[in-house]
Design a protein around this ligand. Structure first.
Ligand code: NAD
Length: 374
């Protein structure tokens, strides 16, 4: 691999960090810092090979560049992975060693939670560096991002609904929610409050029982039935590639709008959905609420501001849907185009990176950031 692969993804910098005593094998990928520091979560996973970990971190960090740019944030794209089993290999020393690696980048990369890591891990990292978000509210952090992600998806749905059904209300619309986890559950709740009807599924029976108890209005169907249900909107909120060659024929909804990352198995499916008259609200545009929320930690967290910016996903989605319509291009292409254009045009005038360093301090003040663990 090395430079050929890094070059093909267009990364600025990829760092391999090793600390035998801590058991740390980490890769930090900084894709693009044109708009600001590269913010992206830390994934911990028992990758079967170094190559698999490299591919994952390169792919994920590139996705973050577009996501931050399309959300209107002054942030670049980055991501990190720790090769290890989150059930077995977590320790204070591991995350503090990772924190030191992040600190050595001087604010070019800012980490956060992702699959396999949680708020406690972020707090260990915080003892070594200020370049971390997703810490607990008791320490001035932003807490659980899922309700914000769900709110953003709802806003995206309202915009897509206005374009498709003439009216931004979801009242009376039927929505299929695939996955009733942190985001799916919150989304189902918001949809019911909006007067929509919710059909949902989950592979985890405990989740289903919890939703049955708390939201009895939700109609539960078997996992394999979720694609074929007669609904207006399909909301993938579980794993990636929900829209693939094998599922696309079964989808009956007029709109696809959900929280899952990488919903299209490959990019050409965007054009195929357009041909079929299905409106796809691009995943990284509508699921940016969590990123918006966490990013506000860098300037002093405000829940009100996070809510206001997340509501803005309605206008952002609308802009992309209109661009797609006027240019006659698939919505996923319109989103990429808008993100790239923002990076190009703002690239020369923004210097949020230095602003971030000013706000969060450097290694010299790390002792002041030491926090008590509750
Ligand atoms: N949490 C956030 O703020 C956030 C932000 C952006 C994107 N996302 C993406 O949204 C998706 C959901 O995130 P989450 O935080 O709710 O995750 P989660 O793990 O809490 O929930 C996922 C749910 O999907 C279920 N599931 C898994 N495979 C399934 C299948 N084949 N069919 C039906 N259900 C299935 C799981 O049992 C689980 O309940 C993920 O793809 C995530 O990457 C989440």
């Amino acid at each position: 691999m090395a430079f050929t692969e890094i070059e093909s993804f267009g990364h600025e910098q990829v760092i391999f960090s090793h600390n035998a005593e801590a058991g740390l094998k980490a890769i930090i990928a900084i894709h693009d810092t044109t708009l600001g520091p590269a913010l992206g979560g830390l994934r911990m996973h028992p990758y079967s090979s170094d190559q698999e970990a490299i591919r994952d971190v390169l792919r994920l960090s590139r996705g973050m560049t577009n996501k931050a740019a399309a959300a209107g944030l002054n942030l670049g794209g980055g991501k990190a992975v720790i090769i290890g089993d989150p059930k077995r290999d977590k320790s204070e020393v591991l995350f503090r060693a990772f924190g030191r690696a992040v600190e050595s980048l001087g604010g070019r990369y800012v980490t956060a939670e992702d699959m396999g890591t949680d708020v406690n891990d972020m707090e260990y990292i915080f003892t070594e560096t200020g370049a971390v978000t997703g810490i607990d509210t008791s320490h001035g952090g932003s807490g659980d991002p899922s309700p914000f992600t769900a709110l953003g998806v709802l806003q995206g749905m309202r915009a897509a609904g206005e374009v498709t059904f003439d009216g931004d209300t979801l009242e009376g619309k039927r929505v299929a929610v695939q996955g009733l986890g942190n985001v799916g559950y919150n989304l189902a709740k918001l949809l019911l409050e909006d007067g929509a009807k919710v059909v949902a599924c989950d592979v985890d029976q405990d989740r289903i029982e919890a939703v049955r108890a708390e939201l009895p209005q939700v109609e539960i169907v078997k996992n394999e039935e979720i694609y074929g249900v007669d609904v207006d909107i399909f909301a993938p909120c579980a794993m990636g590639a929900a829209v693939s060659e094998s599922t696309i024929d079964r989808i009956r909804a007029k709109i696809i709008c959900g929280a899952a990352n990488n919903q299209l198995d490959h990019d050409e499916l965007g054009a195929e959905l357009m041909r079929r008259g299905v409106l796809y609200a691009p995943d990284y545009v509508v699921n940016a609420g969590g990123l918006i929320n966490v990013s506000l930690e860098l300037e002093g967290y405000s829940r009100e501001r996070a809510l206001r910016l997340t509501r803005g996903i309605y206008y952002n989605t609308m802009k992309i849907l209109r661009l797609a319509r006027s240019e006659g291009i698939p919505t996923n292409e319109a989103a990429d185009q808008m993100a790239r254009q923002r990076i190009t045009s703002l690239g020369r005038v923004h210097n949020s990176f230095s602003r971030f360093r000013h706000q969060r301090g450097s290694a010299a003040s790390s002792s002041e950031r030491r926090i008590s663990r509750s």
